[in-house]
Design a protein around this ligand. Structure first.
Ligand SMILES: O=C(O)CCC(=O)C(=O)O
Length: 275
């Protein structure tokens, strides 16, 4: 049985994304925002730069989202019932900052093969055209991986400023989400996002990504959590789930995972050039 409807499955197949999907109440999303902001206040640099990865390892509420059965049901419809979580990212755009995300394909630099995986973008605040929601180049997932320039440009929330050329920006689709809703996107769909022009933060918690147990990390090492089903492949080291916010050992684990991730993201990169 598929948890996504026939229309949603068709949208994913045709467009490379499906959105919006209701997951959390607005109140729950606010509680999660409060937990993120508590961590930011207690340990000021913890969620900055490479620290924005894998916050689910130190935040029980983000862990709960990562293992949310409604999300897993939708993910199962796309990649099957044996599901691993191989990482998460907080994409936060503060007001009056220059944050944007250049148009890119996740599969180009994440090193997860085959492409039996999907990314879930969960809106912790509303996300709309005014505050820089994600925009998708519909159907672009059907082509091969595209050439990306590495721009390392100021404000770009991507590590290397990976950028696909000639994206028809006016034709891209804005994924407008209310706090508590999510979108799912395909590994090869071209997407990006513009500046936050509002006077509040835009916060996306992104499970990047849910992978089938048959998926390998070909650029380095990722540890994973079993989210659902059975792992008959055992390609990745398994890690546990947090129980306490900002636990000392969990903070160390997050740091170790994020150091590994940096190696993957910078693999084969020179400061200039293409990938
Ligand atoms: O949050 C954004 O604006 C972009 C996120 C993104 O690129 C992704 O989730 O793959």
């Amino acid at each position: 049985m598929s948890y996504l409807s026939a229309n949603q499955l068709k949208q994913y197949e045709d467009d490379g994304f499906v959105s919006p999907i209701n997951i959390l109440s607005r109140e729950k999303a606010k509680e999660i925002r409060n937990e993120i902001e508590l961590i930011e206040n207690e340990i000021p640099d913890e969620l900055e730069k490479s620290g924005r990865y894998n916050a689910h390892l130190i935040s029980p509420l983000l862990d709960e989202v990562t293992h949310n059965p409604k999300i897993l049901n939708a993910v199962q419809s796309l990649i099957g019932e044996d599901i691993l979580v191989c990482g998460t990212t907080l994409f936060i755009k503060n007001p009056n900052e220059k944050g944007f995300v250049s148009y890119h394909q996740d599969a180009k630099y994440i090193g997860l093969e085959p492409h039996n995986w999907v990314t879930a973008w969960v809106a912790i605040t509303d996300s709309n055209e005014h505050n820089g929601c994600m925009r998708m180049w519909s159907g672009s997932h059907k082509d091969n991986l595209k050439q990306h320039d590495q721009k390392f440009n100021e404000g770009n929330l991507l590590t290397r400023g990976q950028t696909v050329k000639n994206v028809p920006k006016k034709e891209t689709i804005a994924l407008i989400l209310k706090a508590g809703q999510m979108s799912l996107h395909h590994p090869t769909v071209v997407h990006g996002s513009d500046l936050n022009k509002s006077n509040d933060r835009r916060i996306g918690f992104v499970i990047q990504s849910y992978i089938g147990t048959n998926v390998k990390q070909v650029l380095g090492k990722n540890s994973v959590q079993l989210a659902r089903g059975i792992d008959n492949y055992n390609f990745h080291e398994k890690i546990g789930r947090t129980k306490t916010i900002m636990d000392k050992n969990d903070l160390k684990l997050k740091k170790k995972e994020n150091d590994n991730l940096q190696e993957i993201f910078y693999k084969g990169s020179s400061k200039k050039g293409q990938l």
